[in-house]
Design a protein around this ligand. Sequence first.
Ligand SMILES: *Cc1c(COP(=O)(O)O)cnc(C)c1O
Length: 234
Amino acid sequence: MELDLRERYARLQADLADAARAAGRSPGEITIVAVTKKQPPEVIAAALAAGITDFGENYLQEARTKFPCHPEPVEGRVRKHFIGHVQTNKAKAIVQTFDVVQSVDRIEAGRALARAARDLGKTLPILIQLNVSPAERFGCPPEQAPALAEALRAEPGLLVAGVMAIGPLTADRDALERSFALAAKTFERVGGTILSIGMSGDWREAVRWGSTMIRVGTALFGQRPAAPLIGAKN
Ligand SMILES: *Cc1c(COP(=O)(O)O)cnc(C)c1O
């Protein structure tokens, strides 16, 4: 698997560039976040060697044990994105471990991250996670997102940089398009520079709806092991 990671990454970059141009967009405006949840440290090492710069992880404890294995290349060159559920009692560890938090869906989580960022002397870029799919457990209702963004913009320590959403896991392409349309419309109301939509199965549609950041796991690394490496919950 690791042997062809370079190839898969190059292929994804080329396909993304084609899709961007087909949508009348510039390939340079779309970032690939490689989602390495449940993947072992060797996969992260291979990804770093392949030139991947942005990593997404869902589980705090897992990320904390995996990334310190590669302190040297990780510092400065790499951005770690937290894309899992934010528990307020883990805010400080999340801010210590990650450079961006994409999954802020309620005021308490945002405020806890802001406090932690201030304590650590950091400014933390965050995205408002939207719920645009009935099957999703988390995410802010889109109609409440502008108010949440405004409240969190008043918090020193945070930079509200845009929105993130998970499309519905469905074969119904119309439902997918509706979800991304709603995310794009909400992004306009929230403001910022990052619209994080699109995963392995739906990034092409997301690019047509203006995605500036796709989060791709299986298309780069293959199927994930069923269980997280460490700590079932976090
Ligand atoms: C797992 C995950 C991804 C990547 O999913 P793939 O289908 O493997 O590309 C992206 N975003 C979030 C929030 C995830 O949890």
